[in-house]
Design a protein around this ligand. Structure first.
Ligand code: K2U
Ligand code: ZN
Length: 173
């Protein structure tokens, strides 16, 4: 497995609509393996393919909070939402592509998703808690949407300017 660099906002690749995965093959399996390694290394609880520069509809997540519990890595290929709860909740979200910036985002409290697994089979599951928030956050990435897109224009612009400054400093080394 390879830890891949994570793109930092603003980057046009983070705003693109990702293409469906045509077939589950060894390249997709390698991408998923690298994304899980990159996610755990960050650390994070989710990661979408466009965040490592691959504009395809795949994300990984593992929202197990108890570090003494066994990890529960999930790979969701061509995921789609099949149901959302009326009830919403607010979570202070972050993003590995927008480091050290956090803001409250309101999303449906529970969500059902259908996807293709690495086994090539169709799966469907209902998520709640952090799993629900993370799954919706990652699916947004596949549609070129970032959590800052739910904020007002001034707050979004302030965060973008901070990231532009960070990228200039990173470029200077
Ligand atoms: O997509 C990403 O950037 C990964 C996020 C996923 C995420 C964002 C907001 C809420 C839940 C998940 C990273 O995991 S951000 C780091 C993090 C870690 C623990 C809890 C929340 C966020
Ligand atoms: Zn994110």
């Amino acid at each position: 497995m390879t830890i891949r660099p994570i793109l930092i906002h603003p980057d046009p690749r983070l705003k693109k609509l990702c293409a469906p995965v045509a077939g589950v093959d060894k390249d997709i399996a390698k991408l998923a393996d690298d994304m899980l390694a990159t996610m755990y290394d960050a650390p994070g609880v989710g990661l979408a393919a466009p965040q490592v520069g691959v504009l395809t509809r795949l994300f990984v997540m593992d929202c197990v909070k108890d570090k003494s519990a066994a990890p529960q890595p999930m790979v969701l290929i061509n995921p789609e939402i099949t149901w959302t709860s009326e009830e919403t909740n607010v979570y202070e979200e972050g993003c590995l592509s927008i480091p050290e910036q956090y803001a409250d985002v309101t999303r449906p409290k529970e969500v059902r998703m259908r996807w293709t697994g690495l086994d090539g089979q169709s799966h469907e599951e209902q998520f709640d808690g952090l799993w629900a928030t993370c799954a919706q956050h990652e699916l947004d990435h596949l549609d070129g949407k970032l959590f800052i897109d739910y904020l007002g224009p001034l707050k979004r612009q302030m965060i973008t300017r901070k990231m532009e400054k960070l990228k200039r400093e990173m470029a200077r080394g």
